[in-house]
Design a protein around this ligand. Structure first.
Ligand code: 13P
Length: 335
């Protein structure tokens, strides 16, 4: 087994999932201001450190995606990557520098960060990172995502992945089709399939070892403004069908983003996906908001209540780890 395949499997096996704590300082500031906590480097670290040292962390979280600021911070006299490794988890790092307007298509985005990436990767590797993340973002409408956006983001994801493997880390490949809009679930299915297939065409062209990546896709959902209301079971079936038809068999696993679903919705859908999963892919979570929302709300009421905050986070992590094994239920959730 290759070293990268081994790391990928350690991150996502046995119901373990990924904590996406890689909000940029701008996004984290918005999250903190929404709950009336000042966004200082100390407060950003305190919240994150609270999660990283929780029991749920060592039991459920196989990998944590960090932001540049956090990977360089210290807590309890330890560097954050070391603290995460000591909790039986792998430290990872977001390496894209954000989505900017795509020239030639003023309403779509292209993710930037390739210039100087090889050097930045070496630095992150030295800091202890074992895996990385790059997010391509696509909106859905009648004409979007355009061929241009599908092509250019797939190209960037492939160049990124190839550089990351060269530096002995596992790339998380994240093509996210947004939930915003009035598109149907069928539209989401068709466009997601097209985007993912194109990503793999490019990954193969760039000689990326598919056994050493983790795919981080969206689930197949109707747009937030759509009249098309579908059941969770249909979400699970469409998601599985889409991935079965667009992801090569070598890929060890798929870790979904939550993308604005509520915490319970994200858990329930993941659980159904695993109950119905007949593929060989591991299907787990790589959630940001759906793992942190309740914990952040609780913490904001008293930022010194570490134990109470950890209790809230532990529950969410445990529920998602059960869902990643198809063992979650409403009864367990509310017990
Ligand atoms: P959400 O689960 O909040 O969508 O965040 C996951 C992520 O990493 C987005 O890039």
């Amino acid at each position: 087994m290759s070293e990268l395949n081994n790391i990928a499997l350690e991150i996502i096996s046995n119901g373990k999932g990924i904590l996406a704590a890689d909000e940029s300082t701008g996004t984290m500031t918005k999250r903190l201001e929404d709950v009336n906590v000042p966004s200082t480097p100390e407060n950003r670290l305190l919240f994150r450190e609270t999660l990283f040292t929780s029991q749920g962390m060592s039991q459920c979280i196989g990998g944590v995606i960090l932001y540049d600021e956090t990977i360089k911070q210290n807590a309890k006299n330890k560097k954050i990557p070391e603290l995460i490794s000591n909790m039986n988890s792998h430290p990872g790092i977001k390496v894209d520098t954000g989505a900017k307007v795509l020239a030639g298509s003023s309403e779509e985005k292209i993710t930037e960060g390739l210039d100087g990436l090889r050097e930045r990767l070496k630095e992150y590797y030295k800091l202890g990172a074992k895996f990385t993340k790059w997010r391509g973002v696509y909106s859905i409408s009648k004409e979007y995502p355009s061929k241009l956006s599908i092509h250019s983001n797939a190209h960037a994801l492939a160049r990124y992945s190839s550089l990351v493997q060269e530096c002995n880390m596992v790339p998380i490949v994240e093509p996210e089709l947004l939930m915003d809009g009035n598109h149907s679930a069928k539209d989401c299915y068709n466009k997601t399939s097209e985007v993912i297939k194109k990503c793999f065409d490019e990954l193969i062209l760039h000689k990326v070892d598919l056994k050493g990546i983790i795919l981080k896709p969206n689930m197949i959902l109707a747009g937030t403004k759509s009249q098309d209301k579908i059941s969770n079971e249909e979400v699970a079936k469409l998601t599985l069908d889409c991935l079965k038809n667009s992801v090569p068999n070598e890929v060890p696993g798929i870790a979904f983003l939550s993308g604005g679903q509520s915490e319970i919705q994200a858990t329930e859908n993941l659980n159904l996906i695993n109950k119905l999963n007949k593929t060989n892919f591991i299907m787990t979570y790589s959630y940001g908001r759906a793992l942190q929302q309740s914990a952040l709300k609780f913490w904001s009421k008293n930022i010194q209540d570490i134990e109470g905050t950890q209790k809230v986070f532990n529950h969410r992590a445990k529920m998602n780890t059960l869902a990643a094994q198809g063992k979650w239920s409403k009864e367990i959730e509310n017990k």
